[in-house]
Design a protein around this ligand. Structure first.
Ligand SMILES: Cc1ncc(COP(=O)(O)O)c(C=O)c1O
Length: 380
């Protein structure tokens, strides 16, 4: 993304969305869906800025949602040919009527959730269940849906028992989401094989399978085994397959620009305080992410603790090296920050949220900026 010429003009901190990169990602995911025959959903939990969802909407078969609010955004943006798919552990009794009228597909996260709410469901809603194959790849339990004692999805053996003892004609589909940022589709294939062993007859009776998100689709070569898997499942079971990636579509189309607002020594290290904070990129702390910074340099002679500007001692991005000394007013560009950042950001300490800009075909536009009224309005 070439933003150099705009850096002087923008107020920081600021997220910048490169629509050209986003469109390339969308075209790639669309092509993959067409080639494999699966339906492509975008997972709204990753990102919900409407102005940009309008681009995404043009390439997808629907949105997946985790709440009433996301479902309502989806309804506003999608056409009647596109569909809304919801799964969440957090279904509330007072929201189920509206959700069930607005969404098209639902995957209940537990049997008790379904039993508690089943009498309130709209007759047009396609009912399914999120199952948990209890088969983990080697990822941190903080974001492993198949961690021990998981709250996400019905353990597969329990689901088999349930559908055996209940006539399962009401089950139209199953959902599973078992990974995070994986590029390894062999794991998805193995997971599906395990599901086949357990669910045998059921798979021939249902209409749809949602494979969730958690995978990064990167190149024609890398997605070959994914395409083969989809073709095999569709051929054998005559089902519609849905995928609901988020990060894979949006992550690399965003950067965050911040400005150095102070530089000083703290014992044997130099600290550069930024006008942003980890509360604008919360996964830095939640998951110990180390972000890629455009102008940092692996072997640079000048090393800094890059610090966020809130009062939290741990509001730190980490140690980074640069070729030149940093000074007040320098810009720091964090790359690949489109997923799970804006949706999770907050105004802790009263620090304003980053403005949001977009670049497209050499144009540059402010989409959204926040003010004191957003801060005071949140709590009053
Ligand atoms: C059920 C479900 N679907 C889809 C996604 C999107 O995953 P990703 O952004 O990793 O593709 C998530 C992420 O947590 C999820 O929980």
């Amino acid at each position: 993304m070439n933003v150099e010429y705009n850096l002087k003009e923008i107020k920081t901190p600021a997220f910048i969305c490169d629509i050209d990169t986003l469109i390339k990602n969308l075209e790639f995911h669309r092509k993959m869906a067409n080639e494999s025959g699966c339906k492509l959903l975008f997972s709204l939990k990753t990102f919900t800025i409407v102005e940009i969802l309008k681009y995404i909407q043009k390439y997808v078969d629907g949105f997946s949602s985790s709440s009433l609010f996301e479902t309502k955004i989806a309804k506003e943006l999608l056409s009647n040919e596109q569909s809304i798919h919801l799964t969440t552990p957090g279904l509330r009794q007072n929201e189920i009527n509206e959700i069930s009228r607005t969404a098209n597909f639902i995957a209940f996260n537990s049997i008790s959730q379904y039993e508690f709410l089943k009498d309130k469901l709209d007759k047009n809603l396609k009912i399914g269940f999120r199952i948990n194959p209890q088969f983990s790849s080697d990822i941190d339990n903080k974001y492993n849906p198949c961690c021990p004692n998981s709250k996400l999805g019905i353990p597969i053996k329990r689901f088999v028992e349930y559908i055996k003892t209940n006539n399962y004609n009401f089950v139209t589909g199953i959902h599973f989401h078992t990974n995070c940022d994986s590029t390894n589709f062999d794991f998805l294939t193995e997971t599906f094989e395990l599901i086949e062993i357990n669910l045998k007859d059921c798979l021939h009776k249902i209409e749809w399978i949602n494979l969730g998100g958690g995978y990064l689709f990167q190149s024609d070569e890398q997605i070959k085994s994914f395409i083969n898997l989809i073709k095999r499942i569709k051929n054998k079971y005559d089902v519609e397959i849905y995928i609901e990636p988020g990060a894979s579509i949006i992550r690399n189309s965003f950067l965050l620009v911040s400005t150095v607002i102070d530089v000083f020594d703290s014992e044997d290290k130099r600290v550069a305080v930024l006008d942003t904070t980890v509360n604008h990129l919360p996964e830095v702390l939640e998951f110990n992410y180390r972000l890629n910074i455009t102008n940092s340099s692996k072997n640079g002679a000048y090393e800094y603790i890059l610090a966020g500007s809130s009062c939290l001692a741990g509001d730190l991005f980490g140690l980074y090296k640069f070729d030149k000394p940093l000074k007040i007013g320098d810009k720091i560009l964090f790359n690949n920050v489109g997923a799970y950042s804006i949706v999770k950001s907050n105004m802790f300490n009263g620090i304003n949220l980053p403005a949001i800009y977009q670049t497209h075909n050499d144009t540059f536009k402010l989409i959204k900026e926040y003010t004191y009224f957003d801060f005071i309005g949140k709590y009053n």
